[in-house]
Design a protein around this ligand. Structure first.
Ligand code: FES
Length: 247
């Protein structure tokens, strides 16, 4: 466990805040860390910035993340890691597809040749959209107040997936499955970042298992071939209690 001071904070959307800190560890895009929230346990977080200055982008959706998102500049966060397999790099034109706060783990991959499909329910929740070149930014909102009205799949209709050397996807699992189904029969390479309940983060507890894979060590990034065999992908998952629920 390391105790690291938060150097700056940015409130990105009404429910999402980024905490920036300096940490010498080498972290690759797609890997995650476990962040300790005193009294509540650990939260797995992917990094939204992976250079010398690093960043976690926290969506406040429960007690632990709500408390973490309230961390202020000068306070310490306690973390361990990094863990998991990173995104495999690709040259050429890449497509990043992020739903909700999913764009956080894709953010370190943004470059001048990346096209982004950034989807959210409302314009206020569009995350890191401004970091893409204006001509490579496809915004999608469910309420239609900005960009294309609809869901991620409507944004995908604006591009030909086969034009890209790699497609990177992160967001709610139903969205991941919908994207997977849309491109599975095409001639494309794609990597998806999955989320599961994680207790240990290092392959010991099996709380993150999906069809024999452990998301914490075999993932969280999976490619099309791995997903093809996963019957639980997009259909069910284990809660922290061990109970299996539909997605
Ligand atoms: S979180 Fe414990 S095995 Fe993956």
């Amino acid at each position: 466990m390391e105790h690291i001071e938060v150097k700056r904070k940015k409130v990105d959307t009404p429910t999402v805040a980024s905490l920036y800190f300096e940490w010498d560890a080498r972290v690759l895009p797609g890997q995650f860390i476990m962040v300790w929230v005193p009294g509540l346990g650990e939260v797995p977080m992917s990094l939204s910035k992976t250079g010398k200055e690093k960043c976690i982008t926290v969506k406040a959706y429960g007690e632990s993340t709500g408390k973490l998102a309230k961390t202020e500049v000068g306070e310490l966060i306690t973390l361990r890691g990094p863990y998991g397999k990173p995104f495999k790099k690709s040259g050429g034109d890449i497509l990043l597809i992020g739903g909700g706060s999913g764009m956080a783990s894709l953010r370190p991959l943004i470059n001048r040749r990346s096209t982004g499909i950034i989807a959210s329910r409302t314009p206020e929740e569009l995350l890191f959209s401004e970091e893409f070149n204006a001509d490579k930014r496809i915004e999608v909102t469910e309420d239609g107040r900005k960009g294309i009205k609809g869901i991620v799949l409507d944004g995908m209709d604006m591009v030909n997936p086969e034009d890209f050397s790699m497609i990177y996807v992160c967001g709610p699992e139903r969205m991941l499955k919908a994207v997977y189904d849309k491109i599975k029969d095409k001639n494309v390479n794609a990597q998806f970042s999955l989320e599961r309940s994680m207790k240990c983060g290092i392959g010991l507890c099996d709380s993150c298992s999906v069809n024999g894979y452990q998301v914490c060590v075999d993932g969280p990034v999976f490619d099309m071939n791995q997903l093809r065999d996963m019957t639980e992908f997009g259909t069910s998952k284990l809660l922290a209690s061990g109970k299996r629920v539909k997605i």
